[in-house]
Design a protein around this ligand. Structure first.
Ligand code: SAM
Length: 223
């Protein structure tokens, strides 16, 4: 969480939206950093969670906006935001976030066991690379989430099966590459590090890529 807050690059006066209030701890750190509770909004799906987050925050002396709702929809009533940080894993970039983020704003979100930092160009476009750091957050619950089917790893050597970076590639390309194709790419490209991958959103299209958004390795992001 500390690394994520650093990577979020919050500046004085930024309006920040957090998806996944949980205990309220991260929202307290954000409110402390910004020195103005009104700049911080955090959202969680369950009223019990938001109620207890509010309590924890108040006990620590912070009163940011704690909203109950589906974070995939953002919090339009509190937009625009300069920064959006998700503390649950997503399969896609919710379009509502782009619309609620100022041009030049930053979205930091867990996706496929990585953390991607997107720069928002406008309500239709965002792009960015993954950080070096792995991330294993609970999945976003609700409409955006679909169960991922188990994949057969037959033909994939044991050393790749247990490799964190191979598992990342598998998760990122799920639905586009089968595990054997992913393994062939992984071998050919010398087990690429996370920061070689990125995400682009352009209008209706969103895709993951290796090295170059317009290069040969591109896979649609599917929920
Ligand atoms: C790892 S916890 C967040 C930790 C939190 N940031 C903290 O400081 O304690 C993930 C949270 O995401 C929430 N969550 C899952 N799906 C959500 C959704 N669709 N909208 C909003 N919150 C969601 C869960 O209820 C859970 O509280």
């Amino acid at each position: 969480m500390a690394m994520m807050l650093t990577a979020l690059e919050v500046a004085d006066g930024d309006r920040v939206l957090e998806i996944g209030a949980g205990t309220g701890y991260n929202a307290a750190l954000l409110a402390h950093r910004l020195g103005d509770d009104d700049l911080v909004t955090t959202v969680d799906l369950d009223p019990e969670i938001t109620e207890s987050a509010r309590r924890h925050l108040a006990a620590a002396g912070y009163h940011p906006a704690v909203v109950t709702g589906d974070g995939a929809r953002g919090v339009p009533g509190r937009a625009p935001f300069d920064r959006i940080i998700a503390t649950c894993t997503l399969r896609v970039v919710p379009r509502a976030w782009l619309a609620q983020c100022r041009p030049g704003g930053r979205i930091l979100m867990p996706l496929a066991t990585g953390l991607v930092a997107l720069t928002v160009r406008d309500a239709e476009h965002a792009e960015g690379r993954f950080l070096h750091t792995p991330a294993y957050f609970v999945p976003l619950r609700g409409a955006e989430r679909r169960e991922t089917e188990a994949q057969g790893l037959g033909g994939v050597p044991q050393r790749a099966r247990g490799d964190d970076l191979f598992r990342f590639l598998l998760a990122l390309t799920r639905g586009s590459l089968d595990p054997q194709e992913a393994y062939a790419l992984w071998e050919r490209e010398n087990a690429p590090l996370r920061e070689r991958y990125g995400i682009t959103v352009s209008g209706e299209r969103a895709w993951a890529w290796l090295d170059d958004p317009e290069g040969p390795y591109a896979w649609p992001l599917t929920g």
